[in-house]
Design a protein around this ligand. Structure first.
Ligand code: AMP
Ligand code: MG
Length: 362
């Protein structure tokens, strides 16, 4: 990586059709945010921090800019993107929310909730993969909000990872995956939440969680006053021929190179130890992912600390970074403790389950 000036970076962006470019990481000063907003307006890409994970932004009103996002990530074009907005008036230009959808936005924005609403005509088909609804979110992160407000356009922004890899929770994760493919990464430090937003669909008076996040079912029910459904496929692989409610669910996701296996025992220590020993004896480089409390008992099993047994929020914050560390350490196989899929635990188990392709140890 070469350090280049902001002006050079803008030029690089104009040559974005080239195969590679220099990628600059910058602290989010006013000058850099101004530059980044300008890049976005002109159809370039910028990776930026949000409270969930880092996003890879492009102008959501320009089909060409949106296509660049798919290219940089290697993302299948049938997996639609979330539009990010920094203020309320912009919301009305891209969607027509029902009263219930509006109620959810009012309750949780800015924040980690994405709401599907019927789209308006100005949203290019590339954003929604041709679907009639657009996914919309106002993130709760000072850098994201400053950037979005300066840009003044809705910004399409999936997670800023290479498609299929764990989502990035640090700027360096973005660099690892997208160096040479994007001109600018704004470095806002570690993401507080660590897993992507909750995605909900709203049909008449029914709210359905398509992707769990840290706006939990319970929190949504408090606002709607009635039961909220969770798409069944959040905790299992899609069946052959099954249509994904949210297209992202059908693609391999969040996966490290290492093979991941879930250990669903109430007390996971004995089985984690045994699996680790067997894998090591078979010549594999193994690791375990365990609760903080269990670290001493698993000290000789190459343990990674997920967080306290009852702290699903901590696990959410650490999970993707741990999956990347496991790969960097050249681990072949990792055995993981699990948490109950309730509250924030549902978001953790959705990501961990998919990283493991829902495989449990026998
Ligand atoms: P990501 O951009 O990686 O955070 O993923 C966005 C998620 O939202 C994916 O699972 C998408 O399938 C889902 N999504 C985005 N837009 C739509 C849409 N218009 N209809 C259904 N699901 C959507
Ligand atoms: Mg993603």
């Amino acid at each position: 990586m070469r350090c280049i000036s902001p002006a050079e970076s803008a030029n690089d962006n104009e040559r974005m059709t080239a195969m590679t470019m220099d990628t600059r990481i910058a602290l989010p000063t006013d000058t850099e945010i101004e530059l980044a907003a300008d890049l976005l307006k002109r159809g370039g890409l910028v990776a930026f921090p949000t409270e969930t994970v880092y996003g890879l932004g492009g102008n959501g009103l320009l089909g060409d800019a949106v296509e660049k996002i798919f290219q940089a990530k290697g993302r299948p074009m049938d997996n639609p993107l979330i539009l990010h907005v920094g203020d309320w008036p912009l919301t009305e230009t891209v969607c027509t929310p029902s009263p219930l959808a509006q109620k959810l936005m009012d309750a949780f924005w800015p924040g980690p909730l994405t709401v599907l609403c019927p789209k308006t005509g100005i949203v290019p088909w590339q954003v929604t993969a041709g679907l009639p609804k657009v996914a919309l979110r106002m993130p709760n992160h000072p850098v994201a909000l400053r950037l979005l407000r300066r840009a003044g356009v809705p910004v399409a922004a999936p997670s800023a990872n290479a498609s299929g890899r764990p989502s990035p929770t640090l700027a360096v994760h973005v660099l690892t995956d997208l160096a040479g493919k994007i001109p600018l990464i704004l470095d806002g430090g570690p993401c507080q939440i660590g897993v992507e937003s909750t995605v909900v669909d709203v049909e008449q008076d029914q709210v359905t969680i398509l992707r769990p996040g840290l706006v939990t079912r319970e929190m949504l029910e408090q606002v709607t006053g009635r039961p909220v459904e969770v798409a069944e496929s959040t905790l299992r692989p899609l069946q052959p021929g099954e249509t994904a409610l949210s297209p992202g669910m059908k693609h391999r996701h969040y996966a490290p190179v290492a093979k991941v296996f879930l250990v669903p025992d109430e007390d996971p220590i004995p089985r984690l130890r045994r699996c680790y020993r067997e894998a090591t004896a078979a010549g594999q480089r193994a690791a375990v992912m365990c609760f903080t409390e269990d670290l001493p008992a698993l000290a000789d099993c190459n343990p990674y600390d997920l967080g306290g047994r009852h702290h699903a929020e901590t696990m959410a914050q650490r999970l993707f970074a741990i999956l990347r560390q496991v790969d960097e350490a050249g681990v072949d196989v990792v055995f993981s403790a699990v948490v109950p899929p309730e509250g924030a635990g549902l978001a953790v188990m959705n990501r961990l389950g998919r990283a493991a392709e829902f495989k449990q140890v026998k």
